[in-house]
Design a binder for this molecule. Structure first.
Ligand code: SF4
Length: 283
């Protein structure tokens, strides 16, 4: 099926900052979400790779849904085409940070990356984000050129296994070893995603442990993401001061670090907020 026909808009919400969140219906009636985020010079598409997710991260709305099925490559690329068509803007960057664990749907995600590159997106503009499946990280590095992001969220195995259950199977040592086998370099650093959960992983001791851990990786950029509270999930957003303190300590230690601006929060389009609501009024 042509990717243009494999997905259709079920609902579109536009936040005050221009972020567009799409509820997309697949040919079998299942639904996923994707988001268009407009920055000053770039337009980023955040794509879903699965209906639901099997990884069950403790703070994630999608993880609560459980896993239903993988998306096909056409359904993944279809989200890109649909958002360009509906928004009328040209997408410059793609991140696989929507619903699902991309490396758990490896073949279709790699096929989608190749299709996006054929559309003219360079490999530096495509980022695959993973909770850390070591052999798939290595395979990705061999099979296709793209950037890699690791959803770290905790600096120790003990804490991480409580937040990201797959860590019990693939501990940090194995995940970092796989990341070191991925072709990282300047301008293609490993992006570390670290969701800040108040009182859970945002203390001074966590910052010290994080710095020690990251010293093992030569090219790294840290994204601190203050948590966006989701109804029914018992985590809180930390204060901006605690996020700024962690950022300052990381920068002092020599790591390029950003606090991710929460774009689209009023359209529930920010990180960790993607979950298909049971009742959605069609546009
Ligand atoms: S954070 Fe990502 S990998 Fe974890 S449950 Fe949510 S969608 Fe899945």
């Amino acid at each position: 099926m042509d990717e243009l026909l494999s997905v259709k808009v079920a609902h579109r919400a536009i936040a005050k900052d221009g972020t567009e969140k799409y509820l997309v219906e697949l040919s079998d009636g299942k639904r996923v979400e994707c988001v268009l985020i407009k920055h000053k010079r770039t337009v980023c598409a955040c794509l879903s790779s699965q209906v639901g997710c099997a990884m069950k991260c403790a703070f994630c709305a999608t993880g609560r849904m459980g896993f239903t099925r993988n998306l096909t490559a056409d359904e993944i690329v279809g989200q890109f085409d649909l958002m360009e068509r509906e928004s009328g803007v040209k997408i410059t960057n793609v991140v696989f940070m929507g619903m699902g664990e991309p490396l758990h749907n490896y073949d279709n995600v790699v096929a989608a990356i190749r299709a996006l590159q054929k559309k003219g997106l360079s490999w530096q503009k495509i980022t695959v984000s993973t909770v850390g499946l070591p052999e798939k990280i290595r395979q990705l590095g061999r099979d296709v050129q793209c950037k890699l992001a690791l959803s770290l969220h905790a600096p120790t195995d003990e804490l991480r296994s409580g937040l990201v259950p797959v860590n019990a199977r693939y501990p940090l040592r194995d995940v970092l070893a796989a990341c070191l086998d991925f072709p990282l370099r300047r301008k293609s650093e490993l992006m570390i995603e670290y969701v800040l959960l108040a009182g859970v992983n945002d203390g001074d001791e966590h910052t010290r442990e994080l710095i020690a851990l990251l010293r093992q990786i030569p090219f790294v950029v840290v994204n601190l993401i203050p948590y966006n509270p989701v109804e029914g999930i018992g985590f809180a957003r930390p204060s901006l001061e605690s996020a700024e303190a962690m950022k300052a300590a990381l920068i002092k230690a020599g790591f390029k670090t950003f606090i991710r601006t929460t774009k689209g929060i009023d359209a529930s389009a920010a990180c960790g907020m993607l979950s298909v609501k049971k009742k959605v009024v069609p546009a």
